[in-house]
Design a protein. Structure first.
Length: 286
């Protein structure tokens, strides 16, 4: 990018009324209408207008940073939002341009100059983290039923989920503030034709997650279901069966804002201050 302003050495900026080290070769407005003479320093804490020109910082050594911002008491840099009135002209900005829109999302221009895209953020984006398959629920054994956190009375004396009943299963041992799960839902030792429905929050959907047509079947299906959150803040799903059957749930992937929220497998350390972004309610079972 060509420039009518340049800084001859690395700029080291500190909070307060410090000086940005570097020579300015173009006219700059400092703290008011008066313009600084060419070569004057840019004063931090004062308004500086570049007008129609571009300010370029150049390090004195190739291995040095072009710009270093420090603020031990808070954010080192804040990008003011680009007003909506600037669009669509802003789309013609050079490749490498970064901006913040009116709702606070960051955009960047691709290197080929043909595309704009959002910068991925844990504030709104999701990522799917694969894990070794783990059996979360198996109603055939007492150990396999430990994840059931609501409506255990829906099970019969053999541990099967009774027809017309629902249970709520927690995934707290595997994820923190999760968004969804991917895995396999199975019906085992069915007592007749029927179906299972799995969901995360709110009323039970009318759609089915798994269907079968006879007794004594073993059948499974892939599921991709949003997680809900009950009053205890747990990561939960509800499972309904219209026919008495044993139910198994194996999880193979978890959808989260950041991989550190997954508690199993080799995941990175948690991000400091990672916000818990959960809007889901508890599933409604009757």
């Amino acid at each position: 990018m060509s420039s009518s302003r340049s800084a001859g050495r690395r700029a080291f900026l500190k909070r307060g009324g410090a000086v940005a080290a570097g020579a300015v070769t173009g006219a700059v407005v400092v703290g008011g209408p008066a313009k600084a003479a060419p070569g004057d320093e840019v004063i931090l804490g004062a308004a500086t207008s570049a007008g129609t020109e571009t300010t370029t910082l150049q390090p004195s050594q190739p291995q040095e940073q072009t710009l270093l911002l420090e603020n031990t008491n808070g954010p080192a840099l804040r990008l003011a939002a680009t007003p909506e009135s600037a669009f669509p002209d802003v789309y013609q900005s050079p490749p490498g341009t970064v901006l913040v829109d009116g709702v606070g999302d960051m955009w960047n221009r691709s290197a080929d100059g043909l595309q704009w895209g959002w910068v991925w953020s844990t504030a709104w984006a999701q990522t799917s983290v694969s894990i070794d398959p783990v059996r979360v629920l198996d109603t055939r054994t007492a150990q396999g039923r430990t994840a059931i956190v609501s409506n255990r009375s829906a099970l019969d004396s053999a541990g099967r989920l009774r027809g017309g009943q629902s249970i709520v299963v927690s995934l707290d041992a595997y994820v923190s503030n999760g968004q969804a799960l991917k895995g396999n839902l199975a019906a085992v030792d069915t007592t007749g034709g029927g179906y299972l429905t799995m969901w995360g929050s709110g009323p039970r959907p009318t759609a089915s997650s798994l269907n079968w047509w006879a007794k004594d079947q073993v059948i499974s299906a892939f599921v991709f279901v949003a997680l809900g959150a009950d009053d205890g803040g747990r990561n939960v799903v509800a499972i309904y069966s219209n026919t008495t059957t044993h139910v198994l749930l194996d999880v193979t992937s978890l959808v989260v804002a950041h991989p550190s929220q997954v508690k199993v497998g080799d995941q990175p350390a948690a991000l400091p201050g990672l916000a818990a972004r959960r809007t889901a309610a508890a599933p409604e079972i009757h």
